[in-house]
Structure formats: structure tokens, C-alpha cells
Design a binder for this molecule. Structure first.
Ligand code: SAH
Ligand code: SF4
Ligand code: F3S
Length: 476
């Protein structure tokens, strides 16, 4: 899902309608549109599973929908603005189709709670990320003429027993959420407020889901969590074992379990946190061929003083030490990051530290953002959002320009090398070409041949653009 072209993005994916091809007359028609991070897309698959279980059928065509659900993101202000425009669009449609049910799910639902219902009156239904099991019941309430809200956050809910209805389109790559919520109070971030406390999912259900996906033809799974390195099962944060009769499982052990359970399936994960990423995880990655050699390690800033204000829990030196550990243990590992330009109080010298860190690490890929103040966060309460808009913009542009160079250099280094590629399907740009990713997560395009989607081939890279590698298939 990570695009390999450096660019500014507001969310990793935006407003995709996702649906199954279901038979035309089975049950009420549900349309789900998703915004935000991979966890939200994964949640939409859980929602689809709950509602198809209650007799609904999904559609990709919003025109034929009887229930419209928008799964939303609050991470930056412009993410919310985009969703508001969509809500107004659907609200207007209710004039033509009065029975239409319009609901808001996800992080914006959790953040704004009933205000969208009571003050703005643009939706019928507001459901937070831990309340999706209640959806059939809540939609029923709306249909009987009431407005419905459930934004209760839970300390336990992981939807562990729900097998998601896979809504993605290629049938080769998919996700499994391994944990929910976040306990890190990064001062800029709204996620702890919208997703609640961190909790990990039973490892047996994760392994079971991975095997099931493999049997369905999937060949790559991404294990998802806001901070996968703090995954823990049967052990508290203070290292107290909960049930001495049962084994404890940390993230490195979970990775190993999944790698062994589905040896022909690629495993990726997101997101790692620099303060928690252990050498154990890196060594497990190095040990198993099917764990992809790619780490997304968000740095946010290259300045220790900014990192401190961000409450990230690490310094520039600590971060660079983690990068050195990756390079030592897996010299062929690709590294990507997230960077925020213009956080509260950021000086020119602090910004220069971000630039120098980027030069030092030479990221293969980066997501780059302007700081956007979020209500209730520590930064909103403690600091002033005082970097002028034009300075934020200039700093962001400088960061993007450098990343363009780094990304290009990364692709150029791949030319002449041969990679194992998982065939995902036809390339978007040309019927004569197919595409897939290498272990390092770079998109590789190659001439169409007699390959099956989901098979592994070897491609020798002979050219590249800013976004993709191009090559010829060579014997495996
Ligand atoms: N859990 C992940 C991040 C999830 S949010 C982690 O800790 O890395 C994805 C990215 O959005 C963050 O890494 C950060 O770069 C960006 N982001 C979060 N809050 C933001 C804000 N208020 N303004 C701008 N960017 C923000
Ligand atoms: Fe937000 Fe920090 Fe948690 Fe990531 S680790 S979701 S940035 S609070
Ligand atoms: Fe957005 Fe919520 Fe994900 S705020 S980034 S959808 S956890």
C-alpha cells in the first residue's frame, strides 16, 4: 500500500469505495467508503463481515446503496475537511432518497461524538472504532426513526473472532490487525483519543487468520498496529506474567510464529516505533526469508529538542543507533519514515537537523506532512502552533525535494540487481505490463508473460523512474 513515489499525502489512502462482488438481490445494499490509515481499511473489512453476517450485501456503486458508511480519519484537519464534504454530499442525497441511512464510523466519529448528529445534523448514525459489533442493532434503530450513537471505547475489543470480509481488489495482499489503540502520548497525535487504550490480539487467532488467508490464495499479509513493537500477549507492561500456565508472546515471537505457520506467504508489518524496536525483531526478520526486508520507522523530526516536545521518547542519537542496527543486521533492508514539518516552536536550526538526518539515513521512501494542530492533544494544550504557514510550507518543500533525491538514488541503486517479486497483477499504466513488489516494497513493472497472480518470479532491474523499477523476468 505504500506508494513508492515521494509526495505529500494527507492519508495513506483516501476515500476508496471498497466492496465485494455480491449477488444483486441478496439483502440490503451497503456502501462503505474508507479514509485514513491501513487500520481503518482493515476495520472496514470487519464492518463488512459483521454486516454481511446480518444479511447485508456490499456494493461499489454508491447510487444503489441503502446504507452508506464513511469510515473516517482525524489525523490532520484536511483529512476531516474531505470527509465533511462527502457527508454533505450524502446528506443532500437524502432529499431524493429519504430512506437512505448515512453513518460515520472511525476516528472522526469518536472525536466528534454526537455533535455531527445533534448540532450539524448531517448523519443518522455515529459509531466509534470499538463499537462495530453493535452496527446491525444501531442501523435498526435508525430505520425505526431514531438517531443512533455508540462511541464507547473498550479495553478488550480486538474483534479477534471476526474473520474480515476481504474487500481489497487483488486477492494477493491483505492485512491482519494484531492490536488496537495506542498508549503513547505523542504530543501532536489524536490517535490515543480516537482509538483508546492499547490492547493486543490473541496470537492463535492471528496465526489462524494468516493460514486461512493463505488457503484463500493470499501470498502477502501486513500485520497492523499503531506500535507493533509493543505487542504483548499474556504479559503486562511491567513484565508480569498474567497466566503462568500459558506462554507469553512478544512481537518478535509473534513474527516468528506467523513466518513458520505460512512459509510461502510474505509477511510485512506496520508501524514500528523507534523507542521500542528491539534487535530481537531485526534478528527474526533476518532469519526468515518470508519476512520482508522493509521497515517503516517514523522519525517525525531529526532534532532531539523537537522530539522531546513531541514526547516521542527517543533522541536523534537513539534513532540513528536503531538505523545502524537495521543496517548491521539486514544490509539489504529498505527503510521509510514519516516526517512532520513545522511543529510548535521549530527553529531553523531544528529544521536543519531534520534535513541532515534525512541525508544521513537516505530513506528509500517517506510520508511528509505539515504540522496540523489537533484538539485535546498535549501539543494543543501546552504549546503554541507558532510556525507561520509560509515557513511550514517552505520547510515541507525542502524536505520533499530532498526525499525526491533520496528516493531516486534508492531506485538507481536497484538497477542491475535481481529481486524476487510477488506478482500482483496487471500494471495500472499498460496492458502489456504486469507489476508486483520486491521484498523491499518497491513496485516492479515487467513485461506481461505466462505468470499467475500470486506467484513469485525473479526480475532483473534494468531501468527506473521516480516511482517504479522496471526489468525483465529471469529464470528463478
Ligand atoms: N503510529 C504511527 C503513526 C500513525 S499517524 C507512529 O507512531 O508512527 C501517521 C503519521 O501521521 C505520523 O507518523 C505523523 O507523521 C503524522 N501525524 C500525526 N499527527 C499529525 C499532526 N497533528 N500533524 C501532522 N502530521 C501528523
Ligand atoms: Fe500517535 Fe504516537 Fe501512537 Fe503513533 S505512537 S499513533 S504517533 S500517539
Ligand atoms: Fe486516521 Fe484514525 Fe488511522 S486518525 S491515521 S484513521 S487511527
Amino acid at each position: 500500500m505504500f506508494d513508492s513515489q515521494p509526495k505529500v499525502i494527507d492519508e495513506s489512502r483516501q476515500g476508496e469505495a471498497i466492496a465485494l462482488d455480491s449477488s444483486p438481490d441478496s439483502g440490503k445494499k451497503l456502501y462503505i467508503e474508507s479514509y485514513g490509515c491501513q487500520m481503518n481499511f482493515s476495520d472496514s473489512e470487519i464492518v463488512a463481515s459483521i454486516l454481511t453476517g446480518a444479511g447485508y450485501s456490499t456494493t461499489r456503486d454508491e447510487q444503489e446503496a441503502e446504507v452508506v458508511l464513511i469510515n473516517t480519519c482525524s489525523i490532520r484537519d484536511n483529512a476531516e475537511q474531505r470527509v465533511r464534504n462527502r457527508l454533505h454530499h450524502f446528506h443532500a442525497r437524502k432529499r431524493r432518497q429519504p430512506g437512505l441511512v448515512v453513518g460515520i464510523l472511525g476516528c472522526m466519529a469518536e472525536r466528534l461524538k454526537s455533535t455531527l448528529l445533534e448540532e450539524e445534523k448531517i448523519v443518522d448514525l455515529v459509531v466509534g472504532p470499538d463499537a462495530y459489533r453493535d452496527l446491525p442493532n444501531l442501523i435498526g434503530e435508525v430505520e425505526s426513526g431514531q438517531k443512533a450513537v455508540n462511541v464507547l471505547l473498550s479495553r478488550e475489543e480486538t474483534y479477534a473472532d471476526i474473520s474480515p470480509v476481504r474487500l481489497d481488489q487483488n486477492g494477493v495482499t491483505g492485512f491482519i490487525s494484531i492490536m488496537r489503540g495506542c498508549d503513547n502520548m505523542c504530543s501532536f497525535c489524536v490517535v490515543p483519543f480516537t482509538r483508546g487504550r492499547e490492547r493486543s490480539r490473541n496470537p492463535e487467532t492471528i496465526v489462524h487468520e494468516a493460514k486461512y488467508m493463505f488457503d484463500q490464495g493470499y501470498r502477502e499479509v501486513t500485520l497492523l498496529g499503531q506500535n507493533v513493537d509493543s505487542y504483548r500477549w499474556n504479559i503486562t507492561k511491567k513484565n508480569e506474567v498474567i497466566d503462568p500456565e500459558q506462554p507469553t508472546v512478544n512481537f518478535a515471537q509473534l513474527l516468528e510464529k506467523v513466518a513458520l505457520a505460512v512459509p510461502e506467504m510474505r509477511i510485512r508489518f506496520s508501524t514500528s516505533h523507534p523507542k521500542d524496536m528491539t534487535d530481537d525483531v531485526l534478528e527474526t526478520m533476518a532469519k526468515y526469508h518470508n519476512i520482508c526486508k522493509y521497515i517503516h520507522l517514523p522519525v517525525q523530526s531529526g532534532s532531539t529538542s523537537v522530539l522531546k516536545r513531541m514526547n516521542r521518547g527517543y533522541s536523534r542519537e537513539w534513532y540513528l543507533n536503531r538505523i545502524a542496527a537495521i543496517r548491521r543486521i539486514m544490509p539489504d533492508c529498505a527503510i521509510s519514515t514519516d516526517i512532520i514539518a513545522g511543529f510548535c516552536g521549530e527553529t531553523d536550526a531544528e529544521h536543519a537537523d531534520t534535513i541532515s538526518l534525512m541525508r544521513n539515513v537516505a530513506y528509500d521512501f517517506a510520508y511528509m506532512f505539515k504540522y496540523s494542530e489537533r484538539p485535546r492533544t498535549l501539543a494543543e494544550r501546552k504549546f503554541e502552533d507558532d510556525v507561520p504557514e509560509e515557513v511550514k510550507q517552505r520547510r515541507l518543500e525542502e524536505i520533499i525535494e530532498l526525499q525526491m533525491e533520496n528516493g531516486k538514488a534508492s531506485n538507481e541503486r536497484a538497477v542491475g540487481k535481481t529481486f524476487e517479486v510477488l506478482v500482483e497483477g496487471p500494471s495500472k499504466k499498460s496492458d502489456a505490463e504486469w507489476c508486483g513488489r520486491n521484498s523491499q516494497n518497491a513496485m516492479v513493472v515487467f513485461p506481461k508473460g505466462d505468470f499467475e497472480k500470486g506467484s513469485y518470479i525473479h526480475v532483473e532491474i534494468n531501468a527506473c523512474t521516480a516511482a517504479t523499477l522496471k526489468g525483465e523476468v529471469v529464470p528463478s
